[in-house]
Structure formats: structure tokens, C-alpha cells
Design a protein around this ligand. Structure first.
Ligand SMILES: [Fe+2]
Length: 211
């Protein structure tokens, strides 16, 4: 097994990861863990200094498309936890996608509109729209709220911070056709760190394979 990767190796990140791990070990459910992590996550979103400029940049060649940059900041050796920044240029939007892991997602810079979908009989149903401002965050506990799309509404690039209990950029998950609801295997990757191997998607939920 590889080591923990502190791509952004600072006391703030190490302290946050330690607090997160302590919260997860002490919790009986993902909901309890998220509740315990909330104050630490709020502190991170409120701190204007901890995220260097290089992790607030868009990425023309990104796996998300639209110049959207997914910057890994930390991931656990066993890939059970990752912290990353998602940078979405003005007017750009992600595909409709899922995460396949629970965790917390919050806005750090700019503003975003978020659309949350549920899969009902193979179709995507829009269940909620949220306008997010810096400091806003929420717990994501699949299947609740796991499928969404985000769009930057500010003139400045938006930056959101994701703490999720998988290696989100490297796992095979799903992008969805907004009209038909059809899932396709999706691996976003990270701008700054490679995935372990280029394996095929394990679960395509009926989507076409990528090879
Ligand atoms: Fe997302």
C-alpha cells in the first residue's frame, strides 16, 4: 500500500485530516461523522489563507471538461479519504455526475448554482436547486444528493472544497446524460496527481464501456 499523500503538506491540512479521521473513527454512522466534521470543515472554508493560488486555477485539459480543474490536496494511503479543490471557470458547468462516497462539499470562492437529481425509473429527476455562496456547505450521503451538476454563476472562478470517503478523482463513477438519464463510466482524474492504474470501470450501471 502506498503512503498517505499530503500533496498540500501544511499544518492546516494535517490538522484537518487528523480531526476528520478522529471524527470518523468515533462515529457510528456517516451522518454522525459528518456532524462531527462540520465545525472543522467550516473553519477551513472560512480561512482565506490555507489554499495556495496554484490550487485555485482552472485547467484547460481537464477530465471534467470546460476548463474545470480538480486539484488533489490529500488522499489516504488506503484511498478511503480524499480532500480536493474543484475549480470551475465563470459560466462553466460540470457534467451531471455522482461521487459514490459520503462526505462534505462546500464553497470557498465565487458563487455556484447546484442542481441535485434523483434517478427514478432510469430517468433523472431534478429534486433541488441550490445557490451556494462562500462558506455554504453540505453533507453528501449517497444515495441522497449524490447526483448533481454545478455551474459557476460568479464573474470570478469558483472554488469548492470536497472531503469525500473515496479517491474521487480516480474511482470510476458516472456521468449522466441530462436528457435520457443514461449513465456512462466517468473518471475525472486530478490535474496534479496521477491515478494508480488505468483499469476499466468496474460498475457501469448499464452504461457503455470506455476502452
Ligand atoms: Fe460533484
Amino acid at each position: 500500500m502506498s503512503d498517505d499523500e499530503y500533496v498540500l503538506d501544511t499544518p492546516v491540512v494535517r490538522t484537518f485530516v487528523a480531526a476528520t479521521r478522529a471524527s470518523i473513527s468515533a462515529a457510528e454512522t456517516p451522518g454522525d461523522a459528518c456532524a462531527a466534521i462540520r465545525p472543522h470543515f467550516a473553519e477551513l472554508l472560512a480561512d482565506p489563507e490555507w489554499l495556495p493560488n496554484e490550487y485555485r486555477q482552472s485547467a484547460p485539459e481537464s477530465g471534467m471538461g470546460g476548463g474545470i480543474g480538480q486539484w488533489l490536496l490529500f488522499r489516504a494511503a488506503d484511498r478511503s479519504l480524499s480532500l480536493f479543490a474543484l475549480v470551475v471557470p465563470p459560466g462553466a458547468e460540470t457534467p451531471v455526475h455522482d461521487h459514490l462516497a459520503w462526505g462534505l462539499v462546500g464553497l470557498y470562492r465565487g458563487t455556484q448554482d447546484e442542481e441535485i437529481y434523483a434517478l427514478r425509473d432510469g430517468r433523472l429527476e431534478l429534486v433541488e436547486k441550490r445557490a451556494l455562496a462562500p462558506g455554504d456547505f453540505y453533507a453528501l450521503i449517497p444515495p441522497q444528493d449524490d447526483i448533481h451538476r454545478v455551474r459557476t454563476t460568479s464573474a470570478e472562478t469558483s472554488v469548492s472544497v470536497h472531503l469525500l470517503t473515496n479517491d474521487t478523482g480516480c474511482v470510476w463513477r458516472h456521468a449522466y446524460d441530462a436528457e435520457s438519464g443514461r449513465p456512462t463510466p466517468f473518471r475525472s482524474g486530478y490535474v496534479n496527481v496521477a491515478c494508480d492504474e488505468d483499469g476499466a470501470p468496474e460498475d457501469t450501471r448499464g452504461g457503455s464501456s470506455v476502452s
